[in-house]
Design a protein around this ligand. Structure first.
Ligand code: UDP
Ligand code: MG
Length: 326
């Protein structure tokens, strides 16, 4: 039995790639329909994340030309994760399965067949995993690798080399809607749901056009966000560092005492200076880490909406959305 699919694609300033992405998607969707894997009323939901270019106009045109395309526009730029969540929460209850992917054609669409087959075999979540990273630049590849190492080293359960190319069943979306955190890290949330899941390998290609919206700075922020949202290990590391520094300070005390007895107290300027800087450094760093967590608590307690939907273009027409706010 075919299932109703909704492909969810966050788009931020993607005017250069959208025409090609939609051309290939139309082809793919029709081939999936012909193979009987998805229903004829399956949709592609393009989420405009407050783009400053012609992205929303292109989405509107696509919707007019082909009702298979739906458009969602957020009231402003909220970042990849929030835009994706907005799309997924809109898809929830409107489809049997959702597949999230990027707009830039880096995710191989031909993996979608396997995604759906895995779903039919009983998986609620299917992760697309990059088999190679040959086409990424050396810098991007190495920093991305560091990202996964750092994450797993810090005790965050994520699927290695999986970005946000993923199938989630409607049940998995229902479960996702119960996670209300503002600090979103969807890659960590999906494994946390814990349904039956599997991975599908695919080759990730280069961005089709335009430039990456994830420069190194953003990626680093994303990693820190992921770690502090899912693990308290950094706090424990501080405690451990504190214990080590305390033990060292006992030794220093002993050393100072012996030096005093030996009468060589005036020297030792170097060690004093060194320890002041070291302890100061460790303390500042530790305060910073604790601050990260406090900042998170602050953001979570305010419970601000993670996204605000401006309009939803669907078969009912152009909905200025008031009635639902996931
Ligand atoms: N994106 C978004 N909002 C943002 C930044 C990015 O919706 O603020 C989208 C972007 O349009 C793309 C996806 O998120 O579809 C991934 O971004 P990108 O391809 O630039 O990241 P990379 O593949 O370089 O990590
Ligand atoms: Mg990309």
């Amino acid at each position: 039995m075919p299932n109703k699919l909704m492909v969810v694609i966050p788009c931020y300033n993607e005017e250069e790639v959208l025409p090609e992405t939609s051309r290939r998607l139309t082809e793919k969707m029709h081939s999936l329909m012909e193979r009987g894997l998805i229903t004829e009323d399956s949709k592609v939901l393009l989420v405009n994340d407050g783009s400053k270019d012609r992205t929303w106009e292109i989405i509107t045109e696509l919707h007019k030309a082909d009702p298979m395309y739906e458009g969602l526009t957020l009231s402003r730029n909220r970042g990849h994760q929030n835009a994706l969540l907005a799309g997924l929460m809109t898809a929830r209850g409107r489809c049997d399965i959702s597949i999230s992917m990027d707009a830039d054609l880096q995710d191989d669409m031909d993996a979608m067949d396997k995604f759906i087959e895995k779903y039919q075999e009983g998986c609620e979540i299917v992760y697309g995993v990059r088999s190679k990273r040959e086409k990424d630049s050396f810098f991007k590849r190495e920093t991305a690798l560091m990202f996964y190492r750092l994450m797993s080293g810090m005790g965050v359960d994520i699927v290695y080399n999986h970005a946000d190319y993923r199938l989630m069943s409607n049940r998995a979306l229902d479960a996702l809607s119960q996670f209300t955190e503002v600090n979103l890290f969807l890659r960590g949330l999906a494994p946390m749901e814990g349904f039956q899941s599997d991975v599908v390998y695919y080759e990730r290609s280069e961005r089709f056009a335009g430039e990456s919206k994830y420069p190194f700075k953003k990626m680093l922020a994303f990693a820190i966000d992921g770690i502090t949202s899912f693990s308290v290990k950094p706090l424990r590391l501080i405690t451990n560092a504190g214990i080590v520094v305390f033990l060292v300070s006992l030794l220093m005390l002993l050393y100072a005492f012996i030096s005093w007895i030996a009468g060589t107290t005036v020297t030792g300027w170097t060690s004093t200076l060194a320890s002041i800087w070291m302890i100061g450094g460790i303390q500042l760093l530790s305060l910073g880490v604790i601050g990260e967590y406090i900042g998170k608590i602050y953001n979570e307690t305010k419970r601000r909406p993670r996204f605000i939907i401006d309009r939803y273009l669907n078969e009912r027409g152009d909905d200025p959305v008031k009635d639902y706010q996931p």
